[in-house]
Every structure is written in C-alpha cells, then in structure tokens.
Design a protein around this ligand. Structure first.
Ligand SMILES: Nc1nc2c(ncn2[C@@H]2O[C@H](COP(=O)(O)OP(=O)(O)O)[C@@H](O)[C@H]2O)c(=O)[nH]1
Ligand SMILES: [Mg+2]
Length: 201
C-alpha cells in the first residue's frame, strides 16, 4: 500500500461520490440533563461523550457542556448536551439551560426513591414545553449496575407514573449505568432518532 497511483476515471468518480455530503442532512440539537444532585447526570454525559467514569462526586456548579455526533441513516445529528447542577434552590436557574432544548433526560437514582419523586417536578416543566413545541422527553433510572435488591423503583412504578403524569406514549423510559455504560448509547440513540423523526414532520 501507499505511494501515488493514477486513478482510473471510475475510481475518481467514486472518490467524489464518497466525499459528497449533499445527500446528508445535518441536525443540531440541544439536550438537557435534569434531576436531583447525585443521580449521575454528569456521569451519564461523561460516559457518552468521553467513554469514561469517575467514582468521585464532583458537584456540578451551574451547567456543563459536552457534545457528541451520531449518524442516523443519512442524517448527522450533532448533540449539544447540557448538564445541569445545583441544589433545589437553583431550580429556577436551570430554565436558562432548557430554554432552547429539543429534548430532556430526566434522571433519578434507581436506589433512591426520593430522587424519583423529583422526576414529576421536571416532567411538569418539560410537558409544558412539549405542549408548545416538539419535544422529546426521557425518564432515566441510573445506577443499574447496583444490586437489584437495592433498587427502590420498579418498572411498574415508572409505567404507573407515565400514565398518571399523562406523559406522551413515545416518552422514552430507560435504565442506565454510567459506571458500566449499560444503556447509555441506546438512550442517546433513541432520543436522536425521535429528534430526526420530528424534524422530518
Ligand atoms: N454505581 C454507580 N454510581 C454512579 C453511577 N453514575 C454516577 N455514579 C456516582 O454517583 C455520584 C454522583 O454522580 P454525578 O454524575 O456527579 O451526579 P450528578 O450530581 O447528577 O451530576 C458519583 O460518585 C458517581 O461516581 C452509576 O451508573 N453507577
Ligand atoms: Mg453533576
């Protein structure tokens, strides 16, 4: 291999074809991560964007930004992922982060029921957005690598919540582990797929 060689006309044509991007669509989408502190929002973003995990808990102050690009058929989806932080007192500030978002990942910790209670607060906020515009909502139980005996939230509880909360049928319900990576790529893929589908409507 290596070295220059003359390309035949057909090879030249192929080369041009491969480098043509006019058949591809590019979508830029802002996603916001919401939920109580300690549930693993920063860890999910870090796992997805950097494929790494940190056992230490570094409290996120304000918001943090990361990006990741993925392909869905012939669409390039560039995800701008905004991770939010801060205590309950700063909930109103978080609205700055989701103002122009097209999707939200509302996270809870599978081993901590209290964090699941906060999901309804964020779901209400996001449903209000969804009423005004196309918006993808996902509800994610993180820390799925922990022992099942430690889980305080069952699938049934999540399904019940979806019904009682009147969430859209296509609301994404996932379990993830930022620690092992389980479910993380699937989660973002599902969200991106819905974003692509909605943008084609
Ligand atoms: N076992 C386990 N621990 C996790 C997971 N995700 C995050 N953590 C830990 O939980 C703590 C809080 O995580 P962090 O991402 O900072 O939460 P945030 O406040 O929601 O951003 C850290 O000590 C993480 O190492 C996970 O999937 N499994
Ligand atoms: Mg954080």
């Amino acid at each position: 291999m290596g070295g220059k060689r003359d390309a035949s006309p057909s090879e030249k044509f192929q080369y041009t074809k491969e480098n043509t991007i006019d058949t591809q669509r590019i979508i830029e989408a802002k996603i916001v991560l919401l939920g109580d502190s300690g549930v693993g929002k920063s860890s999910i973003a870090q796992r997805y964007c950097k494929n790494s995990f940190n056992e230490n808990y570094d409290v996120t102050i304000g918001g943090a930004y990361m990006q990741q690009t993925l392909n869905i058929e012939n669409t390039v989806v560039k995800l701008h992922i905004w991770d939010t932080g801060g205590s309950d007192r700063f909930r109103s500030l978080v609205s700055m982060y989701y103002r122009d978002a097209v999707a939200a990942i509302i996270c809870y910790d599978l081993t901590n029921e209290r964090t699941f209670q906060s999901v309804s607060y964020w779901a209400n906020e996001m449903q209000e957005k969804a009423n005004q515009d196309k918006f993808v909502i996902s509800i994610v139980g993180n820390k799925s690598d922990t022992e099942k005996e430690e889980w305080q939230i069952t699938d049934e509880m999540v399904e019940d919540f979806k019904t009682k909360q009147n969430l859209a049928e296509d609301t994404i319900l996932e379990k993830t582990s930022a620690k092992t990576g389980e479910g993380v790529r699937e989660l973002f893929y599902k969200i991106a797929k819905q974003i692509v589908a909605q943008s084609a409507e």
